[in-house]
Design a protein around this ligand. Structure first.
Ligand code: TYD
Ligand code: MG
Length: 469
């Protein structure tokens, strides 16, 4: 490939082809291949294995296992509790973290805060911005109280200059804002192309590993919802963290989707305030704060994100449709899963939804991906259909199968504790089965074998006689 004058490269997944194709055979996206010039001897196509600037391949001497210091002892705590949590306890020296999210969601803000927090511990930190001027970054730094002498700023887009800065400064951590604006003069393609993104990440990774510098890469998400060249990058970096949530709301959720140094799917919750992002240590209270009372279709679900129980409000609105194709809109829930649950409602509860629009929403902007929310989703739909509000102090969790059966989900204990902590009085869940409920279950529970039982539970206006199990 290196001997050719140019080739074609998919701007989504990095697939390379010798000639133009209308559709990428790898990721299936139309019109994503663009021509990329390839200079002789280019490093393109060898992510993470490019040569160092001295022209030699990097090497290290093998070390006895017993002499390797474990990462746990060396983690750099940022002191921003929610950030340290999703990293698995802090930043690992030499680790490369990719932070993705929509433009304007708060990536630069968070990393400038984290850089300031690390610098305040006496570590030298380099923050490279290719998007804003030095004056803009420093003004923001002042507002975020990140003005610390060991935090160095550079407005730079050239990879080679950034590497020189790292050489002379020898920082403990580097933030590159953003991967899409940084380019290497080893390649002719423009900044932000897949080959540039991969080259920049690969060369920085080499420095991260050889000099034990922690590198943060900021990456914008494209309209399609993926980072430019995401597949090319996600396997290179150690940790991938995405910002979720709506720019128009104050809450931001940070989720680790990959982590070589900690658990995945761990979430951190922040609130965007005038002084920057503030960790939210009690997200359940936050997500339930604006919950309406006595409103049909509003149900509290005890979900678990990573290892952390979080209570959220699932809202359903089922309305008659005038359209030939009824609408199915699900915010914060997997639409395939929702389609399945609506089919279960139609078949097992004999509720016709064919002439209804169904809107589902997880309040607060959290995306719930675990099956434990199933029962709550069904309950919200039934509550809306029957116009029957659910008791404000009831909560639901459990997986729903195609037969309408309710199944146990993991972390029952944590979910019940969280419900008790927030003053809930009853949890609806799957039967204990062979696994007895922990004795510590702090609130009364009610087992549901089948979603059909929701029909009697949610009689119109919620009037039903209910006794403890
Ligand atoms: P930013 O970090 O620039 O987003 P990104 O780097 O992901 O594009 O965040 C920008 C938004 O955050 C902007 O709309 C202003 C808002 N903001 C605050 O509300 N408070 C603050 O202290 C800061 C720095 C930004
Ligand atoms: Mg930014």
């Amino acid at each position: 490939m290196a001997s050719k004058r140019s080739h074609y490269e998919c701007q989504q997944c990095g697939y390379q082809a010798p000639r133009w194709l209308g559709r990428c055979p790898d990721c299936g996206i139309w019109g994503s291949l663009t021509e990329v010039p390839v200079p002789a001897g280019s490093l393109s196509g060898a992510p993470g294995r490019s040569l160092s600037r001295t022209g030699k391949a990097p090497h290290a001497t093998p070390v006895p296992l017993t002499e390797v210091v474990g990462v746990e002892h060396r983690r750099l705590r940022t002191g921003i509790s929610e950030l340290d949590r999703i990293l698995g306890g802090g930043l690992v020296p030499g680790a490369m973290v990719l932070v993705g999210g929509d433009p304007g969601i708060g990536k630069s803000t968070l990393l400038l805060q984290a850089a300031g927090a690390l610098a305040r511990q006496g570590l030298s930190v380099l923050y490279v911005s290719g998007e804003e001027s030095l004056a803009q970054v420093s003004e923001r730094g002042h507002r975020l109280s990140s003005d610390v002498p060991t935090l160095y700023l550079a407005a730079e887009t050239s990879l080679e200059s950034i590497l020189d800065h790292i050489d002379s400064l020898k920082p403990s951590a580097v933030v590159v804002d953003s991967i899409q604006t940084t380019w290497s003069d080893a390649l002719e393609s423009s900044a932000g192309s897949v080959s540039q993104v991969r080259e920049v990440a690969g060369r920085l990774l080499e420095v991260a590993k050889s000099q034990e510098v922690s590198v943060w890469l900021i990456g914008h998400v494209t309209k399609e919802g993926s980072l430019a060249g995401p597949r090319a990058l996600e396997h290179i970096v150690d940790t991938v963290v995405y910002f979720e949530g709506d720019r128009d709301h104050a809450y931001r959720i940070l989720r680790a989707t990959k982590n070589r140094f900690g658990p995945t799917d761990e979430v951190g919750v922040f609130e965007m305030r005038s002084g920057g992002l503030v960790p939210v240590e009690n997200p359940s209270a936050l997500f339930l704060a604006e919950r309406p009372r006595d409103t049909p279709g509003s149900v509290v679900v005890a979900t678990v994100e990573g290892t952390r129980p979080i209570l959220v409000e699932v809202q359903a609105l089922v309305t008659p449709t005038g359209a030939a194709m009824p609408r199915r809109v699900a915010n914060g829930l997997d639409s395939q899963r929702v389609a399945m649950l609506l089919a279960v409602v139609e078949k097992r509860l004999r509720v016709g939804l064919g002439a209804s629009d169904v809107f589902l929403n997880v309040a607060g902007g959290l995306a719930v991906r675990e099956p434990g929310a199933d029962l709550g989703v069904v309950a919200a739909v039934v509550s809306s259909v029957r116009n029957a509000p659910v008791e404000a102090t009831w909560a639901f969790f459990g997986e729903v199968g195609l037969g309408g059966e309710v199944r146990r989900v993991a972390h029952t204990d944590q979910r019940l504790h969280e419900l008790a902590r927030l003053g809930f009085t009853r949890a609806f869940m799957a039967p204990a089965g062979a696994v007895p409920l922990p004795a510590s279950a702090a609130i009364p529970t009610r087992s549901l074998l089948h979603v059909g039982e929701l029909a009697e539970l949610l009689a119109p206006m919620g009037k039903c006689g209910l006794t403890d199990d």
